[in-house]
Write a protein that binds this ligand. Structure first.
Ligand code: HEC
Ligand code: HEC
Length: 284
């Protein structure tokens, strides 16, 4: 398309967000030109969506799920995105990331590729909303009653606990992922919002520490540095352990402090809970 090469000859430095702003007028020009040529623009638009899908599959699926159905990153199958109200902002989020979150900037993508991925993300948002089999109201009752979820989770101010707040979980996870988090917790752990040199790590890492005296303390890691490990035991006790005094320290990244509800809730009950969770989308 009109002289918009994929790369414009300046070096990308992740610290300088003004580079993204500099490229936006160009993007607006491209969009204006596309709007002036309706028939040709349609072809360009669908070619962009296809190219964008390929990029999405290689760069984004690991966090946003296949087809943008959600995972570590929020589901993108929504007509409006909180952090990207218009197309320019969407491209900016994709290329520049969201500081302080696991959404890193994609400085390896050219501006044109950014526009293509954005076109695909918008196409995802135009798909009809997912139809789920369960009953939302029965699900709400199960979460408060039989499931005893509110002992660990908070939903719209109800419940107590240290597990993730679920008030907006329906924005983040699609139906399949919600079900997976109930029957196979730990398969899809939320990651800490803090960027880490080791990449995103589970915010609810299970650890098992054996002291020199042979006592075993198992729980969820609260913090850890070179010298001290702080963990929370199942009954809520916070324990601080000096690492040099430990005989053994085992980390279980695939384990979860959340029990599996496979067999605890019946298939239809799981459907109901999933329908309820999917309806949790925060304040409108
Ligand atoms: C390492 C994980 C990770 C990868 C890879 C990733 N994202 Fe994200 N993304 C996130 C997280 C986490 C958030 C939510 C950040 C926040 O607002 O707290 C997010 C947010 C977003 C948002 C804003 C959603 C909203 O509701 O406003 C968009 C759009 C987005 N990502 C698109 C992409 C695209 C496109 C790619 C691939 C080029 C991508 N992301 C790759 C983790 C990731
Ligand atoms: C013993 C405490 C505990 C109980 C009980 C519990 N959970 Fe969890 N849950 C957690 C923890 C901790 C996490 C985060 C770690 C993980 O995903 O494994 C989690 C994660 C989740 C997630 C994924 C959240 C995200 O942001 O990715 C969902 C959804 C969820 N729980 C729903 C439920 C529902 C519904 C119930 C009741 C049927 C329930 N939980 C019962 C502790 C609990």
């Amino acid at each position: 398309m009109v002289g918009a090469g994929p790369y414009h000859g300046f070096t990308r430095r992740p610290t300088d967000s003004s580079l993204i702003r500099m490229r936006l007028p160009l993007l607006q020009l491209m969009l204006t030109l596309a709007a002036a040529l309706p028939a040709a623009a349609q072809d360009v638009a669908s070619a962009d969506v296809l190219a964008g899908q390929r990029l999405f599959e290689s760069q984004c699926v690991r966090c946003h799920g296949v087809g943008g159905t959600g995972g570590v990153g929020p589901a993108l199958t929504r007509p409006t995105l909180r952090r990207a109200k218009d197309d320019a902002e969407l491209v900016r989020v994709i290329l520049g990331g969201i500081p302080g979150t696991a959404m890193i900037g994609f400085w390896n993508l050219s501006e044109q590729e950014g526009v293509q991925v954005a076109a695909y993300v918008r196409a995802l948002g135009r798909r009809p909303p997912e139809v789920l089999p369960g009953d939302e109201n029965r699900g709400r009752a199960l979460v408060a009653g039989k499931g005893a979820c509110l002992g660990c989770h908070v939903i719209n101010g109800q419940g107590s606990g240290w597990a993730p707040d679920l008030s907006e979980v329906g924005l983040r996870l699609g139906g399949a992922r919600l079900r997976e988090s109930l029957v196979a917790p730990g398969a899809l752990q939320p990651v800490s919002a803090l960027p880490s040199v080791h990449g995103p790590y589970p915010a609810y890492l299970m650890v098992e520490a054996t002291t020199a005296a042979g006592r075993v303390h198992a729980g969820t890691r609260v913090t850890e540095d070179d010298f001290v490990l702080v963990l929370r035991e199942a009954d809520g006790t916070i324990r601080s352990l000096e690492k040099t005094r430990l005989r053994k320290l085992v980390k279980r990244p695939a384990a979860s402090p959340m029990p599996s509800y496979d067999g605890v809730l019946t298939g239809p009950e799981l459907d109901d809970v999933v329908a309820y969770l999917a309806s949790l989308r925060g304040a409108p």
